[in-house]
Design a protein around this ligand. Structure first.
Ligand code: DQA
Length: 147
């Protein structure tokens, strides 16, 4: 299976951005861990990052033909982008919503995810492990559907 990890705005600064909230691991090192974790399940994994809403939407459209599933941290777009929500709803491949921080334990505006209803599930609050758990979730889904 092929999976795509999409990181939204400001996540390129992981490691230096609010380390008390998001940790000190760099963006590059987290991506390396995700890719090798996926490989341990025999999955091919690619990574995309953009600070622009339309680019994230374009990438979701492209992913529907090239990948079997998506791990998405939409950053702050999570809380208000109906356009990203509609893009997820428009494609048939499963999208797992991911957050490093627990969005339910922070500012009130972060508690609402407008993309959650169109994702297969949400993993929030486990730092970089949220991404690894999202890979586990996709693997589990596919294994379960084979049984
Ligand atoms: C985030 C949580 C969002 O509220 C925030 O805007 C981010 C990162 C997370 O991974 O915890 O950019 O998605």
């Amino acid at each position: 299976k092929k999976i795509l990890v999409i990181h939204g705005p400001n996540l390129n600064l992981l490691g230096e951005r609010e380390p008390g909230v998001y940790g000190t691991d760099t963006f590059e090192s987290i991506n390396d861990e995700i890719v090798s974790h996926a490989l341990s399940y025999g999955m091919h994994c690619e990574v995309f990052q953009s600070n622009h809403e339309g680019e994230i939407i374009d990438e979701l459209h492209l992913a529907r033909k090239k990948f079997d599933g998506v791990v998405l941290n939409a950053g702050a777009y999570t809380h208000y982008s109906y356009a990203i929500r509609d893009a997820i709803a428009a494609i048939k491949i499963p999208v797992v919503e991911v957050h490093l921080s627990n969005i339910h334990a922070r500012d009130a505006f972060r508690e609402k995810s407008v993309i959650a209803p169109v994702c297969v599930g949400q993993i929030s609050g486990f730092g970089k492990y949220s991404y690894l758990m999202a890979v586990d979730a996709l693997n589990y889904r596919w294994k379960a559907s084979e049984e």
